[in-house]
Design a protein around this ligand. Structure first.
Ligand SMILES: Cc1cc2nc3c(=O)[nH]c(=O)nc-3n(C[C@H](O)[C@H](O)[C@H](O)COP(=O)(O)OP(=O)(O)OC[C@H]3O[C@@H](n4cnc5c(N)ncnc54)[C@H](O)[C@@H]3O)c2cc1C
Length: 455
């Protein structure tokens, strides 16, 4: 008998480790509820993950087997199961988060294990370290083969039953349906209506409100929790790509390019586990981060007086999701205009996001904060021109900042530049800017150039 240990791979199809285990012999699936692991993410994602474990348990039962659910630490729970079932080998898919690597190491030390690469399309160990930009990485990554998705195993899921119930956690927001079937339905729906115009719609903030699950895929909660496999997702995009022609192919290819950013972030994390804690770039001088508790709290609440920033933060609060454009604008506002350390922002996102993914969250924050792999030395997103470019009709802003409903969109764009009196007469309930637009910009430029030794 083999044991397969599920971590962030809450599915049967396209699960390489599970297939390797079942090819080797009868296999029992296990999920270990470890409060240390679950405590490292926010309540929303915790609730979603556990709903995914319930769906996985049902999927095992539908195949005449069951998922054993035990309480952690994983090493003890797995050792007990191996002893009870006289199991020889524990198979699992490797995860690259440092705390998980430590946990995996403890299991490797005590039990006979076999680790399988599954989390990414290309095993990051196969790529040399040192690709410092996404485009350099992508050239090397593209040269390596991508394995096809595998079906769920037909045979060799062990004939076991398990009466343990999966703990229930209540979230403060509505959650999407969890589990593989829901993830696959989301993917199919996006491939049928969305992927062929993805490049054009992915930054369109009107579409983000009016067609939220067609203008972008909203696959992130499922990919982050492993309710669907990355090969299956990429494979569906590749089929759509190959079936299209000309310009449509480019639209679809942009989607595959975005998936390669996920690959890149895992590559960075694999080779540099301190991506989650330390500046990726070595600065000759310290960055003079500011202690600005009031600013940080106003940012969290979506009350900075910068409409696009506030809309993004309120989308996060309301949905546990934020559009990629506003993730960039809100992260830049915090780390540049307010000069608050990126680690504080990343921790807040970790707590709030349903799709929190350690590599993409911390990689994304570092990229925006200019402490990561951006090829531009100091990039500062101007929240006013970003709104003018991407939300000029204020559809996204007024969806999340109702205090501004009825105000002319051009005036909303210029909100931080209006006089206090004008703002008070137009929308008395909405915040005044907490930092001057130009002063914030110039201060960030100064601080980063000093850190880089350019001043
Ligand atoms: C500060 C910051 C924090 C972020 N935190 C996370 C996070 O915790 N979890 C997360 O999955 N993504 C994160 N991202 C990346 C990106 O914003 C989200 O993946 C995307 O918005 C999810 O929505 P979607 O599934 O509709 O994306 P789509 O546009 O439909 O993209 C499809 C998939 O491609 C991947 N992807 C797209 N863009 C990126 C990117 N820039 N980096 C890495 N992967 C990408 C994701 O897996 C995504 O689900 C972050 C970006 C920034 C700037």
């Amino acid at each position: 008998m083999n044991v397969f240990w599920h971590q962030r791979d809450l599915r049967l199809p396209d699960n390489r480790g599970l297939t390797v285990a079942t090819n080797d012999g009868p296999t029992v699936g296990v999920y270990v509820v470890d409060s240390n692991v679950l405590g490292s993410v926010g309540k929303r994602q915790r609730a979603f993950l556990l709903a995914g474990v319930r769906a996985l348990k049902q999927a095992y039962r539908d195949r005449g087997s069951d998922l054993l659910v035990r309480s952690g630490p994983a090493v003890d729970a797995l050792a007990d199961i191996c002893a009870d079932l006289d199991a020889e080998t524990v198979y699992y898919n490797t995860h690259y988060r440092p705390s998980r690597r430590n946990r995996q190491r403890r299991v490797d030390t005590r039990l006979d294990t076999e680790r399988v690469s599954d989390l990414t399309l290309v095993d990051p160990a196969r790529l040399d370290p040192g690709h410092e930009t996404h485009s350099q990485f992508k050239r090397a990554w593209t040269d390596l083969p991508i394995l096809p998705a595998l079906d769920a195993p037909d045979d060799n899921l062990a004939d076991v039953t398990d009466a343990t119930t999966v703990p229930d956690v209540e979230a403060d927001i509505d959650l999407p349906e969890a589990g593989y079937e829901a993830a696959r339905a989301r993917l199919d729906s996006f491939v049928a209506d969305g992927i062929e115009s993805y490049s054009a719609t992915r930054d369109d903030m009107t579409a983000a409100v009016e067609r939220p699950a067609n203008s972008v895929s909203r696959m992130s909660p499922y990919l982050a929790t492993g309710m669907i496999g990355i090969r299956e997702t990429y494979g569906a995009a590749t089929s759509a790509h190959d079936a299209a022609d000309g310009r449509t192919r480019k639209q679809v290819d942009k989607y595959r390019d975005e998936l390669s950013w996920r690959e890149y972030n895992y590559y960075l994390l694999y080779h540099e586990p301190t991506l989650l804690t330390d500046n990726y770039v070595d600065f000759p001088n310290d960055i003079a981060w500011r202690e600005d508790d009031d600013g940080f709290e106003a940012w969290k609440r979506g009350e900075t007086g910068y409409p696009l920033v506030d809309a993004g933060m309120r989308q996060l609060a309301r949905e546990g999701y934020m559009h990629n454009r506003t993730r960039q604008v809100t992260a830049s506002f915090l780390t540049k205009h307010l000069l608050v350390d990126w680690r504080k922002g990343a921790r807040w996102f970790t707590k709030q996001l349903l799709d929190h993914d350690p590599a993409s969250n911390y990689g994304g924050w570092q990229w925006v904060a200019s402490t990561g792999t951006d090829s531009v030395d100091v990039r500062i997103f101007d929240p006013v021109s970003q709104m003018a470019k991407y939300d000029d009709d204020a559809v996204y802003v007024t969806e999340y900042v109702p205090e501004l409903a009825g105000v002319d969109p051009e005036t909303i764009i210029e909100w931080p530049n209006l006089s206090r009196g004008e703002r008070e007469s137009l929308a008395p309930d909405y915040a005044h800017p907490i930092v001057d637009r130009n002063e914030g910009y110039e201060r960030a430029q100064r601080v980063f150039e000093t850190a880089l030794g350019k001043r």
